[in-house]
Design a protein around this ligand. Sequence first.
Ligand code: NDP
Ligand code: OXD
Length: 309
Amino acid sequence: MEIVFSSRHESEPQAWVNALQQALPEHQVRAWDEGRPSGQAQMAVVWAPPTALFQHEPRLTHVFNLGAGVDALLPLPGMPDDITLVRMEDGGMAVQMAEYVLHYLVRVSRDLDRYAELQAQACWRPLPDIDRDAWSVGVMGAGVMGARVAQACAALDYPVAVWSRSGRPVPGAQVYAADQLDQFLARTRVLVNVLPLTDQTQGILSQALFDQLLPDAYLINIARGAHLVESDLLASLQAGRLRGAALDVFAQEPLPAHHAFWHDRRIHVTPHVAGASLLSLSVQQIADKIQALGRGEAITGVVDRSRQY
Ligand code: NDP
Ligand code: OXD
């Protein structure tokens, strides 16, 4: 079987091709070349592939996405409905997402930015002790990423709740189902978004939602930029409704140099790096799934196109 690799974001695609080939010696793996398509590929491993892939490779049955989110893949024109889309499940990302959230949670709840300011003035001034109960964390999304994030926060004794479509349980966290969003928000001070981007979740991080959080709230968005209504975040910060935000994802990436987020001291910006899929773990996962399919077994991580995740 021929397997093609196509990633617009990968600086070293050959490293992925080599690793996939090593893990799947019984198949032929090659970097997809728009100028020289074979038309014989049955499976593709991709991140933001060109639409020409689907025009020139009509035998594709499975597409493996190198990321967890398939929001950029689903709308690609020309992708046949009968291709099975398989997303990355963890691939080393979940622990990085948990680290990212813990970093900003601890930073805000332990006044670490204020200590940095005090150091600049050579000022030795202990601030009040943490009241951990006042730092309730609410995680939107209880999937692979959300569950790991919630458990990491719970392990540091922060009060944690998760909100998801089905109300899926997460050990150590209070669980809220889709119709309990109001109750979830009313007990949340640090809001973490790890939802997939779908028609239902686009623009969910809005002023109306921020207004329901506990006072002096903080936002951590590590899912997708289009979840956030950017002007509502700025208005909520201005109104003192939110105290700050850590943002890893943006409506436009790279974030334009003139964007207000770069220059607002209450906002921490990172360039979509909260969780990167790691080569060895990702390749092993994809190879295991391709081998399972070869044995006629079912695999996990298949995208439900009607739900868009
Ligand atoms: P999963 O599919 O494992 O989990 C998604 C969760 O969101 C599930 O709990 C699901 O509910 C819930 N959900 C989906 N739609 C809704 C809705 N309308 N209302 C309430 N809950 C909903 O995804 P992952 O955890 O693997 O990844 C989540 C997202 O994180 C990705 O889609 C991607 O956008 C982002 N991401 C960002 C990265 C970065 O570097 N910044 C890295 C990796 C991921 P249910 O459990 O009921 O299905
Ligand atoms: C992903 C991402 O969805 O890296 O995996 O954003």
